[in-house]
Design a protein around this ligand. Structure first.
Ligand SMILES: C[S@@+](CC[C@H](N)C(=O)[O-])C[C@H]1O[C@@H](n2cnc3c(N)ncnc32)[C@H](O)[C@@H]1O
Length: 451
């Protein structure tokens, strides 16, 4: 069948990074094109209420368009907005927040501030996950996912979101695997050995953790790996090997062996030092994370007398940074390793007024709601799904006077904020913070309070 090519005027950018136009009154989501552009696009999916299209040619270019820095831009799934000026990226991210607050939260008169841009627009990531995959020709690739493809990895030459040393290490590892004739995991057949190469880099310390994730089995050339990596890269302070024999294609392991060094890198936020292990959560853009937390504290305005609840606390960074501004901190986190890391981080920093509990926020809130302890301030920083309805209900029973909501998803934030406002909280303003330049992601901070 001949593909259906149509002319589309691009009007807007959608929350998932796609562009939006109209065809015969129906919304068309395109993978490419910027607002104000006229494109020729192939319709790849047609549903009753919308179509999906692939841009083939840009007939009229927008002034907003800039030349992407990355040679992989056309195929890489990472930076969908690298061809849009940074100023415009921030404009569309703010717009996304405004639309969510109005349409999903149904909240009027909330001031949405301009987005706080990232101090680094490139090389801002402290964590990178590179994947191995076999090729049809019998070779292998090591790099990043092709846009929209879970099963196709292109050979990476240079990623501008990470540091030069991480890029050099990818090339080095490719050669190591070739030289030692290691097999590579085939995501379709589920066999082969090498699966992922993960790096965690302390951006304020320069320390680098290398994590090799493989199928089951001890790493056969661990001495050579350690010698080669530490001789070539002085930044490498630790090397770990994770084994993952599960079909799910995730770069975390079921069994971890430390091959070299302490098993963690250190990162500094403010005056505090955090240990980051291969599998623990840590904000990906360290320098902007410092600003995000500072903005949070500026909005929360702790007096020093609060008992603070830090919910969804990960490895404890918010609670530990807050510990010198409040009376005491209770952190709650589901993942046992992260709780252990939070305790370790508190101890390593001499923080004695913070405790961390492992558990589900909704269960812990249930316990606290039946307790007499009052919390003057609560910080929540949930995953993209936002607050579980039971967690939200129990939060209302706990009734803190100030609830600082840090969110990585404006849609679920708006939903939850709408519920909290209907139940008597106020939300005056929202501060978006850009943690991920060149992607459509946006973080935000909002204070909900009772009068
Ligand atoms: C966006 S991260 C925030 C981490 C931390 N606040 C920080 O800034 O580094 C969300 C955290 O919530 C945890 N989490 C997810 N669901 C949870 C639940 N139901 N109860 C407790 N923690 C949960 C995740 O493991 C993750 O560490």
């Amino acid at each position: 069948m001949t593909p259906k090519i149509v002319e589309i005027e691009i009007e807007d950018l959608a929350f998932d990074g796609k562009s939006v136009g109209r065809l015969d009154g129906k919304v068309v989501f395109c993978n490419g094109g910027l607002p104000g552009e006229l494109v020729l696009a192939e319709i790849v999916k047609s549903k009753p209420r919308y179509c999906q299209a692939k841009v083939k040619e840009i007939v009229r270019k927008s002034d907003l368009r800039i030349a992407p820095r990355c040679a992989h831009f056309d195929i890489c799934g990472g930076c969908t907005w690298q061809d849009l000026s940074y100023e415009q990226q921030l404009h569309y991210k703010k717009d996304q927040v405004l639309q969510c607050i109005a349409r999903i939260g149904k909240l009027e008169s909330v001031v949405v501030h301009d987005v706080v841009g990232s101090p680094d627009q490139y090389a801002y990531r402290n964590k990178m996950e590179f994947s191995f995959n076999v090729t049809e020709e019998g070779g292998f690739t090591l790099g990043l996912h092709e846009r929209g493809r879970w099963d196709s990895i292109f050979d990476l030459d240079h990623c501008h979101l990470t540091s030069p040393v991480c890029n050099e290490l990818v090339a080095w590892m490719r050669e190591f695997v070739r030289a030692h004739d290691l097999t590579v995991y085939d995501v379709a057949r589920h066999d082969g050995y090498m699966r992922f190469l993960v790096m965690r880099e302390g951006q304020n310390t320069g320390q680098l953790l290398v994590n090799v994730v493989t199928n089951y089995g001890e790493f056969p050339f661990s001495d050579e790996l350690v010698k080669g990596l530490t001789e070539r890269f002085e930044q490498v302070v630790t090397i770990v090997h994770n084994q993952n024999g599960q079909k799910s294609n995730i770069a975390t392991g079921e069994i971890e062996n430390v091959l070299y060094g302490p098993g963690y890198v250190e990162e500094k936020l403010g005056r505090f030092v955090f240990r980051i292990r291969a599998n623990s959560f840590f904000q990906t853009n360290s320098r902007q994370a410092e600003r995000l937390y500072e903005i949070g504290f500026d909005v929360l305005k702790p007096t020093g007398n609060e008992r603070l609840l830090d919910l969804y606390c990960g490895t404890g960074s918010i609670g530990i940074l807050a510990s010198e501004r409040v009376q005491s901190v209770i952190g709650v986190e589901l993942v046992a390793d992260a709780v252990a890391a939070a305790r370790e981080n508190a101890a390593a920093n001499g923080v004695t007024n913070a405790v961390f509990y492992e558990g589900d926020v909704k269960d812990l809130l249930n316990r606290l709601a039946n307790d007499d302890t009052k919390f003057e301030a609560v910080i929540v920083d949930p995953p993209r799904a936002g607050l579980h309805p039971k967690a939200l209900k129990r939060m209302l029973e706990l009734a803190p006077s100030r609830l600082l909501y840090i969110s990585c998803n404006p849609a679920t934030f708006a939903r939850d904020a709408g519920e909290l406002v209907s139940a008597g909280y106020r939300l005056d303003e929202v501060r978006p913070v850009d943690m991920f330049p060149h992607t459509m992601h946006i973080e935000l901070v909002g204070l909900l309070y009772r009068q």
